[in-house]
Design a protein around this ligand. Structure first.
Ligand code: PEP
Ligand code: MG
Length: 325
């Protein structure tokens, strides 16, 4: 495994036609951060902050959260880190955070989770906002909200941060050198209003794990549905193409942080759709950089436009034949 990480560590992922593809990693534990250096990735495109909550017996105190965030940015050594605010609730439920109705969600993935929970447990969001601001003081803070389904949820979440910023400013505490806000696009409804939210965003990260399960109404963890949960289906690809189209020409960074980007044919399809930033599992960085170096974005872009207009019977076969041709 070490050898796989070391492979292409020093190589910058440029395509044959000179496009720089950002290859970042997904992480969630303090120790994962070492993978940035080990793989030569461009940073952490998704830091899942809920991991600290999941391994704690009680709600982690603000100081503990801030210390972790500081250690993470330190360990990333100047490379970008995108912190996702807690995605807990639903199936990642915490004994110390029971919901009001006192009963389990029947559909946890579509339940009281992530931002939905965080906005209603404002104390939790406030504490995390402050911890993120303190932990990244003097450095750039990139913060991303999970499960945003409508623009107002982004505004409400950002407002929690703005209030903490005002509080810290008043007391002359050091703030991050820059604060960039973004959303995960993982609930399909957000795509319908994304254009209206874009002017307020620095970046959008498509979470293809949840997006796929919601688009197909197919549980991402149910093996009986594995064949219905297909990242290479024309439905997903057309959906993603529309999101890319919405972002074209806008000053917003668009990337993908779902597992899809860590697989060769899927990553190729994403590049063909115009995606230029992938955040993936560390073990896949080497092979995705290798792929990037073989690709010509104009060629795969053109092939993809053809497939979107006239979906082949099997996209996976079409893509692998295209690779061999
Ligand atoms: C996703 O949903 O695609 C994602 C990256 O987040 P998670 O897997 O943590 O739900
Ligand atoms: Mg998700």
């Amino acid at each position: 495994k070490q050898a796989a990480y070391a492979k292409l560590r020093e190589v910058e992922p440029f395509t044959r036609d000179g496009e720089r593809i950002e290859v970042m990693i997904n992480a969630g534990l303090r120790d994962d951060v070492g993978m940035v250096a080990m793989t030569g990735a461009d940073g952490i495109g998704l830091y899942r902050t809920e991991f600290q909550f999941l391994v704690s017996a009680a709600l982690p105190q603000r100081e503990r959260q801030a210390r972790l965030y500081r250690e993470v940015v330190d360990a990333a050594k100047g490379k970008k880190v995108i912190f996702r605010t807690v995605d807990i609730g639903g199936d990642k439920s915490l004994p110390y955070l029971a919901n009001e109705i006192g009963k389990e969600d029947e559909n946890p993935a579509m339940g009281w989770r992530a931002l939905r929970l965080a906005l209603e447990r404002e104390g939790l969001m406030k504490v995390q906002a402050r911890a993120l601001l303190e932990g990244t003081a003097g450095r750039e803070l990139n913060v991303m909200f999970p499960m945003v389904s409508e623009p107002w949820e982004f505004d409400a979440a950002k407002d929690v941060f703005e209030k903490q910023i005002a509080w810290l400013k008043k007391r002359k505490h050091q703030l991050p050198s820059a604060i960039r806000y973004g959303v995960m696009l993982e609930v399909p409804s957000l795509a319908e209003t994304l254009d209206t939210l874009l002017p307020r965003l620095s970046f959008v990260s498509i979470g293809t794990n949840d997006l796929t399960q919601f688009l197909f109404a197919a549980d991402r963890a149910n093996p009986m549905l594995a064949e219905r949960y297909d990242w290479l289906s024309p439905s997903i690809l057309r959906f993603l193409a529309r999101v890319v189209q919405t972002c074209v020409g806008e000053p917003v960074d668009l990337g993908v942080c779902g597992e899809m980007g860590g697989r060769r044919l899927e990553a190729l399809a994403l590049i063909g759709l115009g995606i230029r930033r992938l955040s993936i599992t560390p073990a896949a960085v080497g092979q995705i950089k290798e792929l990037v170096r073989k690709v010509d974005t104009r060629e795969i872009g053109e092939a993809m436009r053809g497939w979107l207009a006239n979906p082949p019977p099997d996209m996976r076969t079409a893509l692998s034949e295209w690779c061999e041709a």
